[in-house]
Ligand binder design. Sequence first.
Ligand code: NAD
Length: 311
Amino acid sequence: MARGKIAIIGSGLIGGSWAMIFLSKGYNVSMFDVDEVQLAAAQKKIPENLKRFESQGNLRGEISADEQIKLITFTSDFAECIKDAIYVQECVPEKLELKRKIFEDLDKLCTDDMILASSASCIASSRFNYGLKHAKNMLIVHPVNPPYFVPLVEIIPSDQTRPEIVTKTRQLMEEVGQAPITLKKEIIGFALNRIQYAILNECWNMVQADLLNAEDIDRVMVHGLGMRYAFIGPLETMHLNAEGIVNYCDRYAAGALKVSETFQPPPLYDIPTAEKLNEYFSEHIPLEKLEERRKWRDECLAKLAKLKKEI
Ligand code: NAD
């Protein structure tokens, strides 16, 4: 059943999630971290999480939690971690100099066909792959939190990444049950954050204009747009909401442009507005309840993921 070896560099939130995703499909996973305390914590937490998911009916893959747990090893030796790996997923903190150092080290130890992927949220790989012999093997593979329940993965090659590395990465992501998209070239914010900030900017501007309160703004997504976006995207929505997308543009483009022309410039997410919003959040989700709310969110996402598989 065991398939091949995956190396995970960094055993924090995202490293742990990637590990569980690869384990679910029977890959051998080797996890490395410079911080031994953190590594020991991951060694305890990953099996606990897998057992909990199993008991809740949320475990991914066809093999039991016990079988998955047998496939992971933890090491403080970088070279041992990546030795014989077919795919390396870097998950260290979002600091350019740290990413550069890891990819310099990988460059020295990797083989010519190893895929070297970074989980970076904002840093394009061209910012840390310059001058490296294996820059052609390097790319961004950006997950969405929590990756175990939200399958989207953004694949962003640099202009040096070999096309077959992109193709193989996309195939691997599909195989382990993620939903990859491929950007044709690097752009700041990739795709998800560009769309996310467009939404957030309009929410922020509407709060600043005192048009509606925090609760009602979030309701627009939770009970409105979000309901349909879990199943059909904004472009398909255009197609379905008229007699096809061309007819939609015919009917609604002028109206949409009129609304869009009233948009304010992108706002800075300023502290006075944040404090105003926090009056609502501190009452409804106080800081000491954040963890509880995150667990609830993950359980909801797990149920939604199950529903999406059924339909
Ligand atoms: P984290 O702080 O939870 O974990 C980072 C881990 O890297 C820690 O265990 C730390 O000990 C380890 N580390 C630090 N230096 C190291 C080194 N030189 N070698 C090996 N390990 C080292 O961070 P995270 O939230 O897991 O984020 C990791 C990456 O994933 C970042 O680039 C982040 O932007 C990206 N990301 C995060 C999220 C999110 O929501 N947290 C979502 C998508 C992508």
